[in-house]
Design a protein around this ligand. Structure first.
Ligand SMILES: [Zn+2]
Length: 212
């Protein structure tokens, strides 16, 4: 009798676990990220990054794949008016090297060659731009620490920095080239850097709004 009860209990626990598992799977599917690619592609930093990686034509390929979804390589080349199908590969590979696109290869009807299907990874671009903003914020904060001390002087020819005592000792002239030393208020610099950080934080927030 006791054994039967125990067995039932095990069954119940197992059933509960099963329900939990199914629920988890559903939640995971719902969490699939959606990116506002229209807004992403309007971001100057995003466009500039893709152009640096793959040129203007590469950006065109990337934008086209985003708007059309996965596409077979030859059809993609035709739609984008590349003279030869393999001319588009140069651009696709450059994008692929930065994970901005991915491919799937399919062998059709036992033929010797593969057919390539390409798609864009806009999420990777969001990730890269996010890292850019974060890196600049980090570097700006670091340089704010350096500037915190006090006002300083800078040579108007070679940009060499002098603290107040050094500048005084040299009659406000540069030791290297005799250039005039200009007074720099560190308060103003800190203010400018802080507003740059605020601006970048706003950009970060706006970027996160593109991902749902
Ligand atoms: Zn100088």
């Amino acid at each position: 009798m006791a054994t039967k009860k125990a067995k039932n209990k095990v069954k119940k626990v197992k059933a509960k676990a099963k329900i939990k598992k199914t629920k988890k799977a559903v939640v995971k599917r719902e969490k699939k990220i959606v990116i506002d690619t229209n807004k992403l592609l309007k971001l100057e930093e995003a466009r500039k990054y893709v152009i640096d990686v793959a040129g203007e034509k590469g950006l065109e390929v990337f934008e086209f794949l985003i708007s059309k979804g996965e596409m077979e390589e030859n059809l993609l080349a035709k739609k984008l008016k590349f003279e030869k199908a393999n001319a588009i590969r140069k651009f696709l590979y450059r994008l692929y090297n930065k994970n901005l696109v991915s491919y799937r290869k399919v062998r059709k009807n036992n033929k010797a060659w593969y057919t390539y299907f390409w798609s864009a990874n806009p999420g990777k671009l969001v990730f890269i731009i996010r890292e850019m903003y974060e890196e600049e914020i980090k570097q700006t904060k670091k340089s704010m620490e350096l500037n915190k001390a006090e006002d300083f002087y800078v040579c108007d020819i070679c940009n060499r920095r002098y603290d107040v005592n050094e500048a005084l000792q040299n009659d406000f002239r540069c030791k290297n080239d005799g250039g005039v030393l200009t007074h720099i208020e560190s308060g103003k610099i800190l203010e400018d850097k802080q507003s740059r950080i605020d601006f970048l934080n706003k950009k970060l927030h706006a970027l996160d709004q593109l991902v749902k």
